[in-house]
Design a protein around this ligand. Structure first.
Ligand code: ADP
Ligand code: MG
Ligand code: MG
Length: 211
């Protein structure tokens, strides 16, 4: 999986987010302030604009490059709590891809998700069960780890499955972090928007998704 693969993944992620934005916005209206869908959408639109300015030329398409562009945009420009936190996840995925060589491997996916999860937990100070994106990243990592050595596409498909499982769990959780933390029991029954965003990220490696 080279830079053509990761570029297509980022493009499909952007496509997925434009399809799911109304749902993401609605979720964040119920558990937060309603800007999560827009934050993600704007960040991805900017990422695609930057990528389109630098078309890939054969032989110099490293898997890490598009992920690094996306990381830079989210860390520097995207608002909300999720902007920088998603930026950290993208940055760790990019760093692991870079360390693996020109192509993305299943081991690099596992390593990147693990490091992304650690970074989000460090910066966001969220624990598992706090009803945040941590609750999608952790089961994603568990699923990939359990499977052992895999090609990157398979690892990402498993990460998507783990993350989706995490999303349904978040619906049963009471939030303790972020804005949803102030709303207490009112948000029980509603999945965490950031967790849904993580599931959409991994699922998009196989094509654009609706939710
Ligand atoms: P904001 O609350 O600043 O408007 P966003 O709407 O952009 O942030 O993102 C909300 C998402 O960010 C939540 O659904 C949750 O997954 C994630 N999040 C919020 N706070 C934290 C935190 N402290 N640690 C980890 N993730 C968090
Ligand atoms: Mg918000
Ligand atoms: Mg906000």
């Amino acid at each position: 999986c080279d830079g053509v693969f990761t570029r297509r993944w980022v493009r499909w992620f952007a496509e997925s987010v434009s399809r799911t934005e109304p749902e993401l916005t609605d979720l964040d209206r119920r558990v937060g302030d309603g800007d999560f869908g827009t934050n993600l959408l704007v960040g991805l639109a900017t990422t695609i604009r930057v990528l389109d300015r630098s078309p890939v030329t054969a032989g110099e398409s490293r898997a890490a490059d598009p992920l690094e562009v996306m990381a830079g945009v989210f860390l520097d420009e995207v608002g909300g709590t999720s902007g920088p936190l998603f930026g950290l996840v993208f940055q760790e995925l990019a760093a692991s891809a870079r360390a693996a060589g020109p192509t993305l491997t299943g081991a690099a996916v596992e390593q990147g998700i693990g490091a992304g999860l650690a970074a989000v937990r460090r910066v966001g100070e969220a624990e598992p069960g706090d009803k945040t994106m941590v609750d999608a990243l952790l089961p994603a990592l568990t699923e990939v780890r359990r499977a052992g050595p895999l090609p990157a596409e398979r690892a990402l498909a498993l990460a998507a499955r783990g993350a989706r499982r995490g999303v349904s769990e978040t619906a049963r959780l009471r939030a303790r972090r972020g804005r949803a933390g102030y709303l207490g029991d009112r948000v029980t029954g509603v999945p965490d928007p950031g967790a849904v965003g993580v599931a959409v990220l991994f699922a998009s490696a196989a094509g654009p998704v609706t939710a």
